[in-house]
Design a protein around this ligand. Sequence first.
Ligand code: JHZ
Length: 388
Amino acid sequence: MPIPNGFRKKEELNNKETKYELACYFCEKCGLVQLTVVVNPEIMFKDYVYIPSTSKVMMNNFSSLVHEAFIEKGLGEKSMVIDIGSNDGSLLTFFKTYDCKVLGIDPAENIAKLAELNGVPTETVLFDSSSAKKIKKKYGQADVITATNVIAHIDNLYEMFKGVDVLLKKDGIFITEFPYLADLVDKLEFDTIYHEHLSYFSLKAWKYMVEKCGFEICGLRRLQIHGGSIRFIHRRKSSKRNPAKKTIEYFLNFEEQKKLNKKETYDLFSQKVASLKNELTELINSLKKDGNRIIGYGAAAKGNVLTNFLNIGKDKLDFIVDSTPYKQGLFTPGMNIPVYAENRLQKEVPDYVLILAWNFANEIMEKQESYRARGGRFIIPLPEVKII
Ligand code: JHZ
């Protein structure tokens, strides 16, 4: 597979594209699922196209995280909040409404500029213990450190925790969220497996890691975002009673029952993905045979995995619409499908829209209610192929 956010300009289309292995290992000891190959992060993240702020659902999720931090820690003008993988500064903007001092850390130079424009100071570096030390010198330590949808991007998690240890005040909290392995497996979310995501965590694997690094989970909850995620609150390990003890036990038991820590679960997963692939391929082929026009919605990284895996090219999808200005005018990696602004859907009224950003299917269908009212149909690819 090419890297999933490796969109290309028209003049680059004849250049050879680098492809990298995309496969997972499963650790029978700690339950971690991880990629076999690590692509250099500089290649993937320096000039980045993904921003979270195009989705209302994402913004609501950020708002709920900040509220949770407020309840856990209390926030005010004396609080310092640091966000790892701060992207366009959206999450920190919500912390600013509580008058907190904020700092973003993100290696994407193009997107950090956007954050600065949003009033969020940003250090453009990859996060590790040595960048953490420099940041501590310049800005001091944080009461709250956040890291949403970025932990899976980091290869050396021990280094990451060392960095958090450097930057976090003694009684500070570290909040993170990422897609939950139980949802990935349950809902056949194979397309969220790609080079940016090096690890896929169960609670069991995450807890093992957290405790090895001198921290403990003191809060957790499941979220609907991104097809099912999990949010953790951590503090340094202490002898104080852990308020999350019961919830942790409950989830460990849930994972046991789901056989999330057994290899057979992943064999079955791969078989189910293969049949989903057949079903969706057959549907698209038969719709095309009947002369239908199909377009894609959401040039998501996961969409690029899906189209490459199913070999869905321009002969099947005329184009993809996407709300991200940085993606519009470019072509998708591997399949070279053009990406346009969302209003192109209303102009061209295709027969079917394949929702590649299926995690935002409801938000997208609500937004495009008038297309539906004109007889337009949406295809949702997973967990089972559905036409709406
Ligand atoms: P979306 C990204 O994955 C990359 P992707 C990253 N590695 C990660 O971890 C996950 O997020 C969490 C568009 N859209 O968020 C915007 C519309 O066009 O599922 C996005 O391009 N109209 C950081 O790329 C895409 O869909 C809309 O109304 O798989 C969604 O991408 C909405 C709501 C979205 O992430």
